[in-house]
Each structure stands twice: as C-alpha cells, then as structure tokens.
Design a protein around this ligand. Structure first.
Ligand SMILES: Nc1ncnc2c1ncn2[C@@H]1O[C@H](COP(=O)(O)OP(=O)(O)OP(=O)(O)O)[C@@H](O)[C@H]1O
Ligand SMILES: [Mg+2]
Length: 334
C-alpha cells in the first residue's frame, strides 16, 4: 500500500548529525556472525544466525527487523555478550562484548523485561544504581529524573511492580536501560504493551536519546515507526541479512505522483486526452497521475503550457513494510 512519502519519512526525524552515517565512527561491528542453538547431547541444532555482517555507526538509530524467529533477539544477546556466537566476531566500541568497560557504556531494554516484583520502581532503579556504584544521593536524583523522562506517573512509582500494567513495566524497563546514561542503547521491542500514546512517547524518547548523541539499536515489528525514525535498517530472514541500508535506499524514490491543478479550458482537457495524460475531476480540481519523474515533468510542462495552475503535487513511494514483505518472501518465506 503506497503512502505519501513525506508523511512516512519526516526529514526532521532523521539524524541531525551533519556527518554522513557512513563516515562516522563504528560503534558495533559484526563479521560473519553465526549462532547455532544446540541442545545438550545433540548433534544437530537450530541455526539462528547465518554469517551476519553489519556495522552500526555513532549517533544513528539502527533498526533490526525481521519476522518472528529471524534472529533479532539472538543478535542482540550476542552483541551484549549474553550468549556466545558459534562463529564470527563481534566488537562494541572496538572491544569484546563481555569487556566491563563496554558494559558501563551500554543500556539494554529486553523483550518483556522482568524485575523482582515485590519492589517498587524506585527500589528497582536503586538496585541497578548500586550495581553501577552510584551514591545514594545520585541514585535518588537519577531515578526521579529518569522516571519523569519515561513518563511513569508519580502516583504509580511507589506501587510494587507486581501491580503494574505491561506498559508501566516497559517504562520501568526503559528507565533501567537509561540509568547509566549509556552511549549505546539496545531496545528489543520497546513498544510491546504500550498504548498508542505510550508508543508515541517511546518514539520521542528514542529520538531524544539519539539527539543527545547516543547510538540506538532498535528491534521492532512496527515498521512504520522504524521507517520514520531509523537512519539505517537491516532486514533479517531466517538468520540471514536480506536487506541493509538507509531508509531511502531501501524504499527508493517516489514512483507514483498525483498532480492537482485548476484553470483548464475544455480545449486544454481534450488536448490532455490526446496526449495520453490521464486525469480525473476531484473536488472541483483536475487530478493528473504520473508513474515516473519524467511523467511528472510532462504533466507539469503541460499545465504550464495551458496557462493553468498547479495546486499540489503528492509523491507516493513504497513503504518499509512493502520492502520487508517482498524481501522476506523472495528469501523463501510466505
Ligand atoms: N535458547 C534457545 N534455544 C534454542 N533455540 C533458540 C533459543 N533462542 C532462540 N532460538 C531459536 O532461534 C531462532 C531465532 O530466535 P530469536 O529469538 O533470535 O528470533 P527473533 O527474531 O527475536 O523473533 P521474535 O520476533 O519472535 O522476537 C528461532 O528459531 C528460535 O526458536
Ligand atoms: Mg525477539
């Protein structure tokens, strides 16, 4: 389903950093990463990642998307040093993922975060603050600031986590991930369980984190959001990288245009017909359609030659969802 290009890829949502993404420092580098989950005493296993090579650059929001079971969480866990790859290599800030200096600089919101549920949100953050070695005063101040930032209501902060809704839990999870002011934030399905307002707030928070100079690796099934906020996107299918690039590289330029105009004589409209320029009347205006930028130029020239007026031009392009479905299907799924 085509969408209006400008509405789905707001330029202001993209990185404000003037240095092109490809020229920035590499924050994450994987080379030929493989992961096979092998049950104990079994010769065969499940190949979850197959020769994955990606780089994530400083200051970008990098989207990792793919169908269920395509290897997103496995990638994240490997990057975080939580599971060991079966082959290939991972570097974060030029070091191994288990390096303590790396751990200090990263934050992680897992898919479905889990905390001791007899604690309230202050106590959860206090617990993690201690692990980072913060003083009591710093822990108190940071907790308050970050809970404000993630939008957890003040009234809910003193309740025990057991009584929280999914969305509240997700906010505490994000607060925990942001507690150490990380340079690199890993988010695994951050909008799970959030209502539309919560999902919008999550998106805004991710953009604020990026605008503060941080790097974000985001796994999400919400492809419209990924398209709107990510600088580059990797599409995985069955553990393999099937597409990788900036959003404009993946979705391509507009392929379909609607041109709204007025002020035509009957003779001008007859001429449009003889020139094979398709049009229809819509709300008192004439709407032309073109399927290429050359076609668009032809229509604009025609309007000008007829001394009519162009009112509006809308460009439609593929969405990330279209690209996703096509890539995953051509990889043998669906
Ligand atoms: N601990 C495990 N043991 C065995 N197989 C596993 C394990 N964890 C994941 N897998 C398998 O590895 C593959 C990739 O799983 P992964 O969780 O990385 O996918 P995902 O892309 O995050 O999926 P989703 O969108 O559902 O979160 C799947 O086939 C999954 O069943
Ligand atoms: Mg997952």
């Amino acid at each position: 389903m085509p969408q209006i290009q400008d509405a789905t890829v707001p330029a202001e949502a993209k990185s404000s950093n003037s240095v092109p993404t490809a020229a920035r420092e590499v924050i994450i580098q994987t080379n030929g990463l493989n992961k096979t989950y092998r049950p104990a005493f079994s010769r065969t296993g499940k190949i979850a990642l197959h020769s994955l090579t990606i780089d994530v650059r400083r200051g970008e929001i990098f989207g990792l998307v793919g169908p269920n079971g395509s290897g997103k969480t496995t990638t994240l866990k490997t990057l975080l040093g939580l599971i060991k790859p079966t082959g290939g290599s991972v570097e974060i800030f030029g070091r191994g993922p288990r390096d303590v200096a790396v751990k200090q600089r990263i934050g992680f919101l897992p898919d479905g975060p889990y905390f001791y549920d007899h604690l309230n949100s202050y106590e959860v953050l206090d617990f993690y603050g201690k692990l980072f070695g913060y003083s009591k005063e710093v822990r108190r101040q940071k907790s308050e600031e970050i809970l404000d930032m993630v939008g957890l209501n003040k009234a809910d902060r003193n309740r025990v986590i057991r009584t929280y809704s999914k969305g509240m839990m997700q906010r505490v999870g994000l607060a925990q991930a942001l507690l150490n002011d990380p340079d690199l934030l890993f988010l695994d399905e951050p909008t799970t369980g959030l209502d539309p307002i919560g999902a919008r707030e999550m998106k805004d928070t991710i953009l604020r984190v990026r605008d503060a100079g941080k790097t974000v690796l985001l796994c999400s099934h919400l492809l419209a959001d990924v398209q709107a906020i990510c600088d580059r996107v990797a599409i995985l299918s069955e553990g393999k990288l099937v597409k990788f690039g900036t959003v404009p590289e993946l979705v391509g330029p507009s392929q379909h245009f609607e041109i709204f105009a007025e002020g035509f004589s009957d003779a001008a409209l007859s001429k449009a017909q003889t020139m094979n320029l398709p049009f229809e009347r819509e709300n008192g205006h004439i709407k032309f359609e073109a399927q290429s930028s050359e076609g668009l130029q032809t229509v604009l020239r025609f309007i000008n030659d007829q001394n009519a007026r162009t009112l509006d031009v809308k460009g439609y392009s593929e969405t990330l969802e279209d690209v996703f479905v096509r890539s995953v299907k051509s990889d043998g799924r669906g």
